[in-house]
Ligand binder design. Sequence first.
Ligand SMILES: O=C(O)Cc1cc(O)ccc1O
Ligand SMILES: [Fe+2]
Length: 404
Amino acid sequence: MSVLQRILAAQAPCRKDSWLYRILPSVSHKPFASIDQGHINHNWDEVGPDPNQLRWKPFEIPKACQKKVDFVSGLHTLCGAGDIRSNNGLAVHIFLCNSSMENRCFYNSDGDFLIVPQKGKLLIYTEFGKMFLQPNEICVIQRGMRFSVDVFEETRGYILEVYGVHFELPDLGPIGANGLANPRDFLIPVAWYEDRQVPGGFTVINKYQGKLFASKQDVSPFNVVAWHGNYTPYKYNLENFMVINAVAFDHADPSIFTVLTAKSLRPGVAIADFVIFPPRWGVADKTFRPPYYHRNCMSEFMGLIKGHYEAKQGGFLPGGGSLHSAMTPHGPDADCFEKASKAKLEPERIADGTMAFMFESSLSLAVTKWGLKTCGCLDEDYYKCWEPLQAHFTPTSRSPTEPK
Ligand SMILES: O=C(O)Cc1cc(O)ccc1O
Ligand SMILES: [Fe+2]
């Protein structure tokens, strides 16, 4: 492992600190000035809440031949809640880019980023070293860390930003010592540096209270020759997730698939959970195996990295998304309902070759103007996937395994 090392406690929640040893102290050579906001927007109430089930077609990536867009200029806020100034809340952003950041880096004063690439690989230069990230891997870059992103094609992904808290592994409770995302599978960068003068200026972009500011300096900020501490970016390959699920009957709460959680101060309640739906076996008897129809207290933003989501074979596509707000009913589409209602309950593989995920929050999310209008990807027909639902209730029917 030349570039990355394993970390045993990437998620140590409380005190976090790292010491960085630089060639030159990192101070701005010019004052920070406000720059074009792009579509970074924390003013969700500009459009406001929407109690409907929303679905987005794949967010469109700008064509490289038309306009060069890098990771920062291609960041768009989709929805969120809370307040940055009091360090409580979250935002969901989409990144759509086609070019590498050239002599530009970004740092976020507001919160931590959990980055989920969906299309295209990312080579992320951080002050702690480099991280190479491909779809089906995720990384966390915490508040204040400067980073720059190289891309190699038209690239898309999702970001979950949390304010005032860090992501950590969920408490395992009765699961015990190991399972779900295991600490051994989290990787952190090893120090890497460049001693590079940049006569034309290296632009440092800062997100502060939801707005972007820029300052120039004449050396690369990636001039850290060594560091130690436990405040580090890290990455994780979702393939390593050790899935635990129902093996007798009933559909488990998807919280059993939590990779990382950003806890609120209320025990058991998260600002945001990052949950995945990995390939696994379905074996539950006497059970409607797909996700149940439900209304619940959480806001659920879902995205798809690859393949199909078990509850929506059509319409929910890789690179798109959906949002089911608190207490709004939702569940499998009519097609899935029909098939699962008649299916023989044999052991079956579920979700092979796919990876859907959920950013789930106890806060009530509002959608930005970009999400509802500007992106142009809202699927106005989403509700139609439930229109053909038919009742299958037959009072006299019995399960084949039930005693007569
Ligand atoms: O709404 C969804 O598709 C996500 C989800 C999946 C599941 O298996 C159970 C509940 C749930 O919210
Ligand atoms: Fe749900």
